[in-house]
Design a binder for this molecule. Structure first.
Ligand SMILES: Nc1ncnc2c1ncn2[C@@H]1O[C@H](COP(=O)(O)OP(=O)(O)OP(=O)(O)O)[C@@H](O)[C@H]1O
Ligand SMILES: N[C@@H](CCO)C(=O)O
Length: 323
């Protein structure tokens, strides 16, 4: 269960009082999630009719100076009609509050559930929501570099070292050594950029049926190539959990959904095979690092790096899926 910090009832009630959201009725820790502690809060609401919120405590991996970017991005996208939760500002207008070394933010609760076996209709809807987000970010003033770009994948692999990579799978070090230079050499320059989500996995999308009700967890968001975000989302949605089975139907639906809102240029489409290899490499690197560095008694379940190494092999062998 990923609630790393305990907050007592009195402190929680006092914290809620710092926002104009009514009084605290209940607070429940949310088990999902790896990076942050999250609680589902129920309050009496401003008008007494009840309201729900997500309280997030930023625990690791997030630099506090990035929080204004992430949280004001939510406000910007929500104001443009994207299905993202608004940030609830405190009574002084602040986007987040400090608690010692850490920070807390109150976020609008959105209905919906994360799907584990997406349908074609759901893949199409997610593609469209991603394109809507890209388009809506065009006039967002904030800017943030991608901290999980090529240099960081290489750094994570170097920190693991070839012997440890081989302990995950005998083929992994060889695959990385063969593919990293090719991906780096071919990485496209000059494709259109916007704010990208960069981690739009099914667990970061809330859905009701075929409708996207929430894009959440924007904590890797940054300014980068929109086509790379399409590639990340493709890698996350179009395979089964093992990465062994690719779904051409989900792939087609995701790309069609995206292009129903924002058509890809010929250059972007041509770059997708390599960008998808990069996307698969990015998650192989972070999962491999976490696999080797997560203590056995940690609260969180390690994710299999090979599920993305297999996607990498698939994309390298099958560029025609983006034709
Ligand atoms: N705005 C929201 N509305 C409804 N539920 C939400 C919202 N934000 C988060 N949740 C719920 O909380 C869970 C954890 O949130 P989130 O994925 O942001 O945590 P995290 O620790 O940042 O995750 P990650 O494992 O991706 O790093 C989600 O799976 C979802 O169930
Ligand atoms: N969505 C990522 C975790 C965030 O980097 C994964 O499944 O590996």
């Amino acid at each position: 269960m990923a609630v790393y910090t305990q907050i007592g009832a009195e402190e929680m009630a006092a914290l809620v009082n710092e926002f104009d959201v009514g009084e605290l009725v209940s607070a429940k820790g949310i088990a999902e999630g790896v990076s942050n502690s999250n609680w589902l809060l129920e309050t009496t609401g401003r008008d007494g009719s009840g309201a729900r919120f997500i309280l997030t405590m930023y625990e690791f991996r997030i630099e506090l100076e990035d929080l204004p970017y992430f949280l004001s991005l939510l406000d910007h996208l929500a104001a443009k009609g994207c299905p993202v939760p608004r940030t609830i500002h405190d009574r002084e207008g602040a986007l987040f509050r400090r608690r010692g070394e850490k920070a807390l933010a109150l976020i609008e609760f959105l209905p919906g559930v994360s799907v584990s076996e997406p349908t074609v209709g759901q893949a199409r809807a997610v593609g469209a929501a991603l394109a809507q987000m890209h388009a809506a970010s065009a006039d967002f003033a904030g800017s943030r570099a991608n901290g999980m770009g090529l240099a960081e994948w290489q750094r994570l692999f170097d920190e693991c070292g070839p012997d440890s990579l081989a302990s995950i799978d005998p083929e992994l070090a060889g695959l990385v050594a063969e593919q990293m230079p090719k991906i780096a050499a071919g990485w496209p320059k000059g494709l259109p950029r916007a704010v990208i989500h960069a981690d739009l996995f099914p667990d970061n999308v809330l859905m009701l049926g075929d409708r996207v009700t929430g894009l959440i967890d924007f904590y890797f968001a940054c300014n980068d190539l929109m086509a790379y975000d399409v590639a990340v989302t493709h890698a996350a949605w179009c395979f089964d959990a093992t990465g062994r089975n690719f779904s051409a139907e989900l792939s087609q639906a995701l790309l069609e959904g995206y292009e129903s809102v924002r058509p890809l240029s010929a250059e972007e489409r041509a770059a997708l095979p390599l960008l998808a290899q990069g996307a698969a490499m990015r998650f192989t690197s972070s999962r491999a690092y976490d696999w080797l560095n997560t203590p056995a008694d940690a609260l969180v379940v390690r994710k299999d790096p090979m599920a993305f190494a297999r996607r990498l092999q698939f994309y390298a062998a099958n560029p025609e899926v983006f034709a």
